[in-house]
Write a protein that binds this ligand. Structure first.
Ligand code: DC
Length: 653
């Protein structure tokens, strides 16, 4: 089964400037209010993402005039509280910010509608909102499980009810949705909150946006809200959407982890979004934070100190708090995030997902109904490379990108970021610098191994002998009785390879195989299995996982072209076949293995042919690689030449 993934190298630093996409919460509220308003609204800097696309699509289906003005600007023709289309089936994906407010607006507007979403949306509760709306005479039926989407909505019966009692402890979106819809009733309506109201800053955003459209909501603290009689939304004409403060959290965290300074533009001191408070938490952890009206900047603690772990009530920053969970492994002590029960009803059960994936990297995590505690590993390098799942949750993907400051990662289904931040990984790559790689590719017996190990020693970098992985695969296949041309069988072996490089020794399932993999039959086997695309695919992340700080010298055939295309420096080694046969002959003699030089030469030519002619990752010098012909060079001279090339490349960051 092939699935999408992104492989991220271990990162060493982060700095720069990022222009944030528009806020999801503001965008979807503004779209609905502009649609319900009297008059046209031009919206600038709208977030263009899956969640806003769901809202735009629903509004079009309801007969609202939506015009794209180019870039992130849209014009919405307000319908003055009456949707032209009174019967429609709407699909709202997994967008809570579209589903909840549209449920409320359509239930009070009159008409016949069905609202449906993804399987996950059908697991996200909506019962409290439906209960609230039913008190106002709304006619809403559950088409599946009671309390969850999908819903069927019919025209409400007239109702004189003046007060609604609403629970606010599962999701603040119920209150937000209800408040935005209440002006459709015309009559004064009061909402009394039963129990605690969570995520209050999101309700602040709702109230601020309603005010922009002319409806002010008097309230008594967080217990009681009154939408006055005769409230009518009126377009403010032109409206700019702030940058997304939750999206800002990833880059601010990156600045704190990767040195910085890293600046985000689009939110600042005057933001109406609660998640800007994330910057205060970072400051409490020791990061250096500065603010302007429209920007925030983060840098590492002064004097290159470490961030401090802390215990925090996260009710006021539920979304940005997720970012703290993946920042916590880099702090100097445990971090406890409390009061996060709402995580369990978001895009996925975020407490469970976060704990499961952090553990894959070797992080110790405690979890409870409404908290998560993350323990930093003993040393940063104790983090393990891992393949991380994202659970169709954009924030899981973005949060785990931070963990690359500890280890290389493969993130599955990274495109889930399209929900709120389609360009996330591009911007992430723009502002981070990865552990550098020197790729040394070349043909068989061109001196790669010797030169690469010597260069790695001189630089103090790690070393990857990628040929050994193909040899190990061939040997493991032979030992398991799997034929070298059985692509699926060999790929499964490559995937599960139990290998350890310990000092100079190579262990396969605990057995030292350094000599066994250098046998001539295994050279042939390695060359055969290396021609199978599924085998190369299976070994790809295993090779990338070697990219650890402070640097990696990678030796092979496709290091510069496929495995590490962003290598800081690429070298391609060659030598005449005769010279290479002679070198191999001497090497084998030294080990007491008698061979015939003519047979060696023939073997080498056959392998050259197979390695350079295969359909997948053929051995070839890439255009950006330096060519080094070692036929007449001593090892010392070759090593010096390669070091000279690496040292000449300017450090990018
Ligand atoms: O470098 P080596 O001789 O140990 O490589 C053994 C085989 O594996 C060789 O036939 C080429 C193949 N190989 C490859 O296809 N890609 C690599 N990155 C490294 C080796």
């Amino acid at each position: 089964m092939s699935r999408e993934f992104i492989d991220l190298p271990q990162m060493v630093s982060a700095r720069g400037c990022v222009r944030l996409p528009g806020s999801k919460s503001i965008s979807n509220r503004v779209l609905l209010l502009a649609a319900l308003a009297v008059g046209d609204t031009e919206i600038r800097d709208l977030l263009l993402s899956d969640d806003t696309e769901r809202m735009l699509d629903a509004l079009r289906r309801l007969g609202v005039g939506v015009s794209a003005l180019g870039g992130n600007a849209y014009r919405i023709a307000g319908v003055g509280g009456r949707f032209p289309v009174t019967e429609a089936d709407l699909f709202l994906g997994n967008a809570g910010t579209a589903f909840r407010p549209l449920t409320a607006a359509l239930a009070l507007a009159g008409g016949r509608y069905t609202l449906n979403g993804t399987p996950r949306m059908r697991e996200r509760p909506i019962g409290d909102l439906v209960d609230g709306l039913r008190q106002l005479g709304a006619d809403i039926a559950y088409l599946g499980a009671a309390g969850f989407p999908p819903l069927a909505i019919a025209t409400p019966s007239g109702s004189e009810v003046r007060t609604v009692r609403l629970r606010g402890d599962v999701s603040s979106q119920f209150l937000s949705g209800l408040l935005m819809a209440l002006p459709l009733r015309g009559a004064e309506t009061r909402v009394d909150i039963i129990g605690d109201l969570i995520s209050k800053p999101y309700v602040e955003i709702t109230l601020a946006m309603m005010a922009r459209f002319g409806v002010n909501v008097p309230r008594d603290g967080w217990r009681c809200f009154t939408v006055p009689a005769g409230s009518v939304y009126r377009s403010p004409g032109l409206l700019h959407v702030e940058g997304d403060a939750s999206s800002a959290s990833y880059f601010l965290a990156l600045g704190a982890l990767g040195g910085g300074p890293l600046r985000v533009e689009g939110v600042g001191r005057d933001s109406i979004q609660g998640d800007v408070r994330f910057a205060d938490v970072l400051a409490d952890m020791g990061a250096q934070i500065s603010h302007g009206p429209n920007w925030i900047e983060a840098a590492a603690p002064a004097g290159h100190g470490r961030l401090q772990g802390m215990s925090l009530d996260c009710n006021h920053i539920p979304d940005a708090a997720m970012t703290l969970a993946t920042l916590a492994p880099f702090a100097d002590g445990p971090t406890t995030l409390n009061n996060i029960a709402s995580w369990r009803v978001k895009e996925t059960d975020r407490i469970a997902a976060m704990a499961t994936e952090l553990r894959k990297l070797g992080v110790v995590v405690d979890e409870g109904d409404d908290f998560i505690r993350v323990w930093p590993p003993e040393a940063r390098h104790a983090l393990r490379p891992a393949v991380v799942d994202t659970y169709d949750d954009h924030r899981m993907a973005m949060c785990f990108s931070l963990m690359t400051f500890g280890a290389p990662l493969r993130i599955n289904d990274p495109n889930t970021v399209a929900k709120t931040f389609p360009d996330y990984f591009k911007l992430f790559t723009d502002v981070t610098a990865a552990v550098p790689v020197l790729a040394i590719d070349g043909i068989s017996a061109s001196g790669k191994g010797t030169i690469a190990t010597r260069v790695a020693d001189a630089l103090g970098w790690h070393y990857l002998d990628s040929g050994a992985l193909y040899r190990l695969t061939a040997l493991a296949a032979e030992r398991s009785g799997v034929r070298w041309d059985d692509e699926t069988g060999v790929a499964a072996i490559a995937e599960a390879l139990d290998v350890a490089f310990v000092g100079g020794a190579i262990l396969l399932a605990g057995d030292a195989v350094g000599d066994a993999i250098r046998r001539e039959e295994i050279s042939t086997g390695a060359s055969r299995v290396a021609a199978l695309p599924a085998v190369r695919e299976a070994l790809l992340f295993r090779q990338r996982a070697f990219r650890r700080a402070p640097g990696l010298v990678a030796d092979g055939r496709d290091m510069g072209s496929v495995v590490f295309p962003d290598s800081r420096c690429k070298v391609f080694l060659t030598a005449t076949a005769e010279k290479r046969a002679e070198r191999r002959y001497k090497q084998l003699l030294k080990k007491g293995i008698a061979v015939n030089i003519a047979a060696l030469l023939l073997d080498l030519r056959e392998r050259d042919e197979r390695d350079s002619q295969r359909g997948v990752a053929p051995t070839q010098q890439s255009a950006d690689a330096e060519l080094l012909d070692t036929t007449n060079l001593t090892i010392d001279i070759a090593v010096d030449q390669v070091l000279d090339w690496v040292n000449k490349v300017p450090r990018n960051r």
